[in-house]
Design a protein around this ligand. Structure first.
Ligand code: ADP
Ligand code: 5GP
Length: 196
């Protein structure tokens, strides 16, 4: 069986990573989504186990010590981590796995694994980024932190394989779907099986 690979999606907060991932999953049911662990407070409408596994800081630290995360990082004052077991099992099962993680997490994974794909989602402008953070009704503190961190995050964009601007959501989803299709077709992913 072909081995699966990760599609790592990063962007400044509010650029639309979650919306793009949701659009991709609705369109392609074979995709798997890595649900991260997080110590932040759930936003209205967020469900434990679906958007994140929401953990206390103590429980998060326990899981770090047990080596349960493929990577973890502190982002905007909270801890976030990618559960290792899900990634190992889904990769072995030949799945394409979407990860919505920050630039530190993407770099850690790039050091530990090969053959994954990285996509950076860009907002059309600063003004739009700020408007989207407000739209989500983040607190003014959280909006300030996220906008201040956005500049540093954008500096990592040149290290990503693909850039996709999220102006019209459907178009951004089309573009990431096209990247995934092209990556699935790469000859190197087909191993040494007989061609015909
Ligand atoms: P992120 O996951 O990058 O932090 P979200 O997907 O939560 O960003 O998007 C932030 C806000 O912007 C949400 O309210 C979302 O509905 C909205 N949004 C995302 N993409 C678009 C788009 N292309 N056009 C308009 N609004 C968008
Ligand atoms: P939010 O609080 O807006 O959901 O996410 C804040 C940031 O944390 C985003 O940049 C998001 O991509 C990142 N993030 C979410 N899960 C993980 C994870 O498991 N690991 C890392 N490194 N970052 C994550």
């Amino acid at each position: 069986m072909r081995k699966g690979f990760l599609v790592i999606i990063s962007a400044p907060s509010g650029a639309g990573k979650s919306s793009v991932c949701q659009g991709l999953r609705t369109r392609d049911r074979s995709l798997r989504y890595s649900v991260s662990c997080s110590t932040r407070t759930p936003r209205p409408g967020e469900k434990d186990g679906k958007h994140y596994h929401f953990l206390s800081k103590d429980e998060f630290r326990r899981r770090v010590r047990r080596g349960e995360f493929l990577e973890w990082a502190e982002v905007h004052g909270n801890f976030y981590g990618t559960p290792r077991r899900f990634i190992d099992e889904a990769t072995k099962a030949g799945r394409v796995i979407l990860l919505d993680i920050d630039v530190q997490g993407a770099e850690t994974i790039a050091r530990r694994r090969r053959g994954d794909v990285t996509v950076f989602i860009l907002p059309p402008s600063w003004k739009t980024l700020e408007r989207r953070l407000r739209l989500r009704r983040d607190s003014s503190d959280s909006i300030r932190t996220r906008l201040a961190n956005a500049r540093g995050e954008l500096e990592a964009a040149p290290r990503y394989d693909y850039w996709v601007t999220n102006d019209r959501l459907e178009t951004a989803v089309d573009h990431v779907a096209a990247v995934i299709e092209a990556e699935r077709l790469k000859s190197a992913r087909h191993g040494r099986k007989k061609i015909l």
